[in-house]
Ligand binder design. Structure first.
Ligand code: G3I
Length: 486
C-alpha cells in the first residue's frame, strides 16, 4: 500500500469510506448537531424544505462554509434542518486540500463531510480541476505535459480517493469555457490541451468508481454559445466513451433575469442521457433591496425551481450559501447583495417561501418578520388578463396588458391571443414578440420573460392604429386556454 501525507503525518491511504477519518471527525460532528433524517411519511405543509424535497425524491442543497459550520450555530442549524444535500463552499478546492505538492490537508474537507454525513445529506464534491483557487505551485510550476498530467492525477487520486463511496457527484472540471464558447486559458488547457477534461474524468472514475462525474459552470443556464460548447463537448465525450454523468448549471443570477429558456436548456442536456442540477443558485439585488425587489427575487427562485422540477433528469437545486451576510456576492459585485433565502438575522425571505411552495409546502403569509411575508395566493383560473388603454389619440393608442399565470405550475413559454373587432392594427410593441394576422393578435414571450411562476405576472404593451372606434378585446387566450378578464 502506498503511503501518503495527510496533514503532515504519513498515514495509509484508504480505498473506501474509512474509519480513520470518521473517528477523527466524530467530536466535531457531535458538536455540530444531531442527525436530521429524511421523513418517513408525508411532510406537513410548514415542514422544512428538505422534508418536502424528500417526498419528491428531489435534492435541495446548500453550499456550506466550514468556518460558519464551526463557529455559527444558527447557520449550522439551518444547514442541517433545511437541506438534504450539501456542497463544500471552499474546503474541497485544490488550494485547501493540496496547498503544497504532495502535502494534503483534509481538515476542512473532513469537517464538511462529517457534517453532511451526520445530517444525512447527499454530497457534491466541489471541485477537482479548476483554474481558480489553485495554488501557485500548480499554476506557476512550469510543468511539462507529463509532469502536469501526473500532478493532476495525484491530486484527483488523493482527493477523490479519500472520499470514495461518500461523494455522490464530483464537479470534476469547473468553468472550462469562456462566454463565447471558446476554451478558457488555464494552466491545464494551455499545457495539456482540451484532453485534460477527458483525462480528469477518467482519473476520477478510477479514484472513485461510485461517484458521478460532472462538469459545472456559470452563465450556461440559458441556451447560448457557452452552453452550446458544453452540449457539444458532452456529445464528443460520449462518442469517445469518456465517462460523463452530469452538467451543473451554477445559476448565479441577477434579479429579474432568469433566462426564459432555462427549462429548455435543462431538457436538452437531459435528452443527452445525463443528469442536470442547478448547483450554485443565488439571485443578487442592487442594495438596498426593496420589498418589490425581494418579491421579484422570490419569483426568480420559483422560476428556477419550477424549471428543474419540470424536467425528469434535473436532480436538484443547490443554493450558494444560506444567509445573505456570508454570501460571496457583496465581495465581488460592489453594491449588490441579499442573494439568498435567509436574511442577515437568519429569517426566511420571500424567496424561501417561493422555494418552499415550489416543493409543495405552504406559503407563510402570516409571518411579518420575513422581509415582506409570503407571496399573494395565485388566482384560481389558468390565466387572468387585465387590458387597458394607457393613452389614445385620434388615429392610434397605447395598450397595456398584464397577464397573470393562474395555474398551479410555472409557464415556460407563452402565447397570448386576442381579437380586435374595430380594425385596430398593432404598429409596435414591447416585452413580447407581437404579430397580427387579420384581426387576431398574438403576443409571444421574449427570450427573457418566458418563465412565469404560478401566480406570477408579466406586463406587456403595444402601440396600435385605429380608425375612429377602439373597442376593447372581449376575450383572451393564453397558450390556447381562455383567460378571465379583470
Ligand atoms: O480564507 C481566507 C482568509 O484566511 C482571509 O483572511 C480572507 C481575506 O480575503 O480570504 C479568505 O479566503 C477567501 C475564501 O473565499 C474563503 O472565504 C478568498 O479571499 C475568497 O476569494 C474566496 O471566495 C470564494 C470564491 O469562490 C473564490 O473564487 C467564495 O467564498 C466562494 O463562494 C466562491 O465560489 C465559487 C464556486 O466555487 C465556483 N463558482 C462560482 C462561485 C462564486 O464565485
Amino acid at each position: 500500500m502506498r503511503l501518503v501525507r495527510h496533514g503532515g503525518h504519513e498515514t495509509p491511504r484508504r480505498t473506501r469510506a474509512g474509519s480513520a477519518r470518521r473517528v477523527a471527525g466524530a467530536a466535531l460532528a457531535t458538536f455540530l448537531g444531531a442527525a436530521v433524517l429524511a421523513p418517513a411519511g408525508p411532510a406537513a405543509a410548514d415542514s422544512p424544505l428538505r422534508d418536502h424535497a424528500a417526498q419528491q425524491g428531489f435534492e435541495i442543497g446548500a453550499a456550506l462554509g466550514v468556518d460558519h459550520l464551526q463557529n455559527d450555530s444558527q447557520f449550522a442549524d439551518l444547514a442541517a434542518t433545511e437541506f438534504n444535500a450539501a456542497t463544500a463552499e471552499n474546503s474541497m478546492k485544490w488550494e485547501s486540500t493540496e496547498p503544497s505538492r504532495g502535502q494534503f490537508d483534509f481538515s476542512g474537507a473532513d469537517a464538511f463531510m462529517d457534517f453532511a454525513q451526520q445530517n444525512n445529506q447527499k454530497v457534491r464534491g466541489h471541485t477537482l480541476v479548476w483554474h481558480s483557487q489553485l495554488p501557485s505551485w500548480v499554476e506557476n510550476g512550469n510543468f511539462s505535459q507529463s509532469e502536469l498530467r501526473s500532478v493532476m492525477e495525484d491530486h484527483i487520486d488523493e482527493v477523490a480517493g479519500r472520499y470514495a463511496g461518500e461523494v455522490a457527484y464530483w464537479d470534476v472540471a469547473n468553468e472550462i469555457f469562456e462566454g463565447d464558447g471558446s476554451w478558457r486559458n488555464s494552466v491545464f488547457y494551455d499545457t495539456l490541451g482540451p484532453d485534460f477534461v477527458a483525462d480528469a474524468l477518467r482519473m476520477t472514475a478510477e479514484a472513485d468508481p461510485n461517484a458521478e462525474l460532472w462538469l459545472n459552470d456559470y452563465s450556461i443556464d440559458g441556451i447560448n454559445a457557452k452552453s452550446d460548447a458544453y452540449y457539444n463537448l458532452i456529445q464528443d465525450l460520449q462518442a469517445q466513451g469518456v465517462p460523463i454523468d452530469g452538467i451543473g448549471l451554477q445559476a448565479h443570477l441577477i434579479n429579474g433575469q432568469v433566462p426564459g429558456d432555462l427549462q429548455q436548456n435543462i431538457q436538452r442536456f437531459a435528452d443527452l442521457g445525463i443528469k442536470v442540477a442547478i448547483t450554485e443558485l443565488d439571485v443578487r439585488i442592487d442594495m438596498p433591496a426593496s420589498q418589490s425587489e425581494l418579491q421579484q427575487q422570490a419569483q426568480d427562485y420559483r422560476a428556477v425551481m419550477d424549471a428543474c422540477l419540470a424536467v425528469n433528469g434535473c436532480v436538484g437545486v443547490t443554493v450558494w450559501g444560506i444567509v445573505d451576510k456570508y454570501s460571496w456576492v457583496p465581495d465581488t459585485f460592489e453594491g449588490e447583495g441579499a442573494p439568498l433565502l435567509f436574511n442577515d438575522d437568519y429569517q426566511p425571505k420571500p424567496a424561501y417561501d417561493a422555494v418552499h411552495e415550489a416543493l409543495g409546502g405552504s406559503s407563510d403569509d402570516d409571518d411579518d418578520d420575513d422581509n415582506g411575508g409570503g407571496e399573494d395566493p395565485p388566482p384560481t383560473g389558468p390565466c387572468e388578463v387585465s387590458y387597458s388603454v394607457a393613452n389614445e389619440w385620434n388615429s392610434g393608442f397605447t395598450g397595456q396588458v398584464t397577464v397573470t399565470n393562474g395555474g398551479s405550475s410555472a409557464l415556460n413559454g407563452w402565447d397570448l391571443q386576442f381579437d380586435f373587432s374595430g380594425g385596430q392594427q398593432i404598429t409596435n410593441g414591447w416585452n413580447a414578440d407581437w404579430s397580427q394576422s387579420g384581426s387576431t393578435v398574438t403576443a409571444s414571450n421574449t427570450e427573457w420573460n418566458g418563465s412565469v411562476p404560478a401566480g406570477g405576472s408579466v406586463d406587456i404593451g403595444f402601440n396600435a392604429s385605429h380608425s375612429g372606434s377602439n373597442p376593447e378585446p372581449g376575450s383572451f387566450a393564453l397558450n390556447g386556454e381562455s383567460c378571465s378578464v379583470s
